[in-house]
Design a protein. Structure first.
Length: 364
């Protein structure tokens, strides 16, 4: 019990609106601190301190609710097909965005449904941004003698035209509902806006993606530092930011390596880079960077084996390819199985650094 409330009563209290999810998580954390050294997850069960535990479903009812949300969205798409271009489309988009906001008040704010919230956040941002873009386009169409040149001028920065209202909508949604997934939308559309400005001053896509990805990674680590035991909403926020950061960091990083080296050296450097990313992933107990780099790691291992193994194939799938899959698959399995043991060995070294207190503890 936490302050006299068992875990199921805490969940019921959140669903009834008596307390919010953050307060419930604090009560669970208080119970953990009083009764056990094992952290308590969002479902009230003990979890490992260094697990990437995040809530995705409260139950199958979340799937049921998500189906209902998607059917409502399909109804709005069907309504768009019978609307006239211009103001009527703008009204359809605006009504759809308002509908999904109201549904979010019920399903996300009150019921704390995660999967429906993720879908609702996507739909709200998409329809709200589309309403702004269509209205701007309609105003531009009415205010000028339309021709191809004026149309091209309007759409000269399509990423910015849609990305900016989408970014604002994502930010407003997160401020209201505190849905961790909305942070991923903020990070994604933030990159769409920032990268457009960076392109205009001559910074290429690789450097802009890599630099922005590092900023997102720092934000994710800041959330992790606020919750090193992974028991509150901050851990979920960090999870989604890590996913976005991994996508933005790994591809440009590998691209810069391949442009600066050649031949066997490229594959060797890629393999070394992935191994270093693996050490970093172990330190912060987040696997997103490793997952994002597996395709490049596989290609690099295959290149190394093809150049140095001297294997002979007799038709069918090349033996080098088979061996590559086996080696990479074994690497992933071994790393997953011995993740905690490896962290136990690595953390004593890292604890001596200034970042040690903010790292999640390994399982003893």
């Amino acid at each position: 019990m936490a302050n006299g409330l068992p875990s199921d009563d805490l969940t019921a209290a959140v669903d009834a609106g008596v307390i919010d999810a953050a307060q419930a998580e604090k009560l669970r954390a208080m119970r953990q601190g009083q009764a056990s050294a094992a952290p308590i997850g969002p479902d009230g069960e003990a979890v490992l301190a260094d697990e990437e535990h995040f809530r995705f479903l409260n139950g199958f009812n979340d799937v049921f609710l998500t189906i209902g949300v998607l059917l409502v969205a399909a109804a709005f798409f069907a309504a768009m097909s019978t609307s006239l271009f211009g103001i009527s489309w703008t009204a359809t988009f605006a009504v759809a965005a308002a509908t999904f906001w109201i549904l979010s008040e019920i399903l996300v704010k009150r019921l704390r449904a995660v999967l429906p919230g993720m879908v609702l956040s996507l739909l709200f941002v998409a329809f709200a941004a589309s309403a702004v873009v269509v209205q701007l386009h309609w105003d531009n169409f009415k205010a000028s003698n339309w021709d191809v040149a004026s149309e091209l001028v309007f759409w000269r920065n399509p990423t910015m035209i849609f990305g900016l209202p989408a970014l604002i909508a994502s930010f407003v949604y997160y401020i209201r509902f505190r849905l961790p997934f909305a942070l991923a939308l903020i990070a994604f559309f933030g990159y769409a806006v920032v990268s457009t400005g960076l392109f205009q001053i001559g910074i290429g896509p690789s450097f802009s993606a890599f630099g922005y990805g590092l900023v997102v990674l720092i934000a994710a680590l800041a959330y992790d530092a606020r919750d090193p035991r992974r028991v509150t909403r901050f851990s979920d926020c960090a999870f989604w930011l890590h996913l976005v950061a991994a996508c933005l960091i790994v591809s440009p990083l590998i691209g810069m390596i391949t442009r600066s080296t050649g031949g066997m050296a490229t594959s060797a450097v890629v393999v070394l880079t992935v191994l270093l990313l693996g050490l970093f992933a172990l330190a912060i107990d987040r696997r997103a960077l490793l997952v994002s780099s597996l395709a490049y790691f596989t290609a690099a291992v295959y290149q190394l084996l093809s150049s140095g193994a001297g294997m002979h194939d007799s038709g069918g799938i090349p033996s080098t390819f088979t061996l590559t899959l086996a080696l990479v698959g074994g690497f992933v399995l071994i790393l997953g199985v011995f993740w905690h043991s490896l962290r136990n060995r690595l953390l004593p070294v890292l604890q001596a650094t200034p970042f040690g207190p903010y790292l999640p503890q390994a399982r003893q």
